[in-house]
Design a binder for this molecule. Structure first.
Ligand SMILES: [Zn+2]
Ligand SMILES: [Zn+2]
Length: 272
């Protein structure tokens, strides 16, 4: 897969995707137009969210060398369409179970999926080789969660939609070896940007999305920084790559790998 060079890792690395004993992750695309993250360990591959059409998802899976039939589960964070758009069709066509909370399952967009498995927030479950903890987050959906994933003593945190950093989020995502963290908007760009006032208010509220500065504050409050950091769910209208890079530059001397996720291309495989 070819990435736009300006969107790839600051300190680039090549993940050993052939080694089954590595916990790996990559992303098919990230932002307000759609999100999907893959996590792989040994014989297990799970997808977190599927916010793209079935056709686009299959094309992206093939670009990342993943056989769509090998997916073991789709984990859904919440029912906003940039996370759920392709879930039902993917699940139906490939017969993949969908893991989600009762609140998320009430959405019309999920009805008709062949197999639903219910997540209990903050209670761990295992899908084959990967342990998964759905973590309650403040976001304006019905029972939303984000995820911690563990295998072989390594821990990945994926936290892409939250309006504020609760004590619970700060506690649960401490100690991650790799972290995918939302850096949704620059506050000034949002306030002066094209969104209608009600949407601006929603995004900036405690139940909307994290600004660059809120993401920085979250990292600053972590006792231990991750060794891989991906800034994700970057708004194309209310943020820009140069602003994000300038904001997070200060972590580049302390975090070996910093990656900026792209709406169209996501990011390439990384080891946790
Ligand atoms: Zn959302
Ligand atoms: Zn979203």
């Amino acid at each position: 897969m070819t990435f736009y060079p300006e969107l790839v890792a600051v300190n680039s690395e090549i993940a050993d995707t052939e080694n089954p004993h590595k916990l790996l992750f990559c992303c098919l695309g990230s932002g307000s137009k759609g999100n999907a993250t893959l996590v792989k360990y040994a014989d297990t591959t799970v997808m977190i969210d599927c916010g793209f059409t079935y056709k686009h998802t299959i094309a992206q899976l093939e670009a990342f060398d993943i056989d769509p039939q090998s997916l073991d589960a789709v984990l859904v964070t919440h029912e906003h369409s940039d996370h759920i758009k392709g879930v039902r069709t993917l699940s139906r066509k490939l017969n993949i179970p969908v893991y989600l909370t009762h609140g998320t399952a009430r959405s019309d967009k999920i009805k008709g999926a062949p197999e639903l498995q219910y997540l209990v927030p903050d209670v761990a479950l295992r899908i084959k080789d990967i342990e998964i903890i759905p973590v309650t987050v403040p976001h304006d959906a019905h029972e939303p969660c984000q995820f911690l994933l563990r295998a072989q003593g390594r821990q990945l945190g994926v936290v892409t939609d939250l309006g504020s950093i609760s004590g619970h989020v700060q506690h649960m995502f401490d100690g991650c070896d790799a972290l995918v963290l939302e850096a949704n908007h620059d506050v000034q760009m949002l306030r002066t940007g094209p969104y209608p006032p009600s949407l601006k208010h929603r995004v900036e509220s405690d139940w909307g999305h994290l600004s660059n500065e809120q993401a920085v504050a979250f990292l600053d409050a972590l006792p231990t920084l991750p060794s891989r950091l991906v800034l994700a769910h970057i708004s194309e209208k209310n943020n820009c790559l140069n602003v994000v890079k300038n904001t997070f530059q200060r972590f580049e001397s302390r975090i070996p790998t910093v990656v900026y996720a792209c709406q169209n291309k996501g990011f390439d495989w990384l080891e946790v």
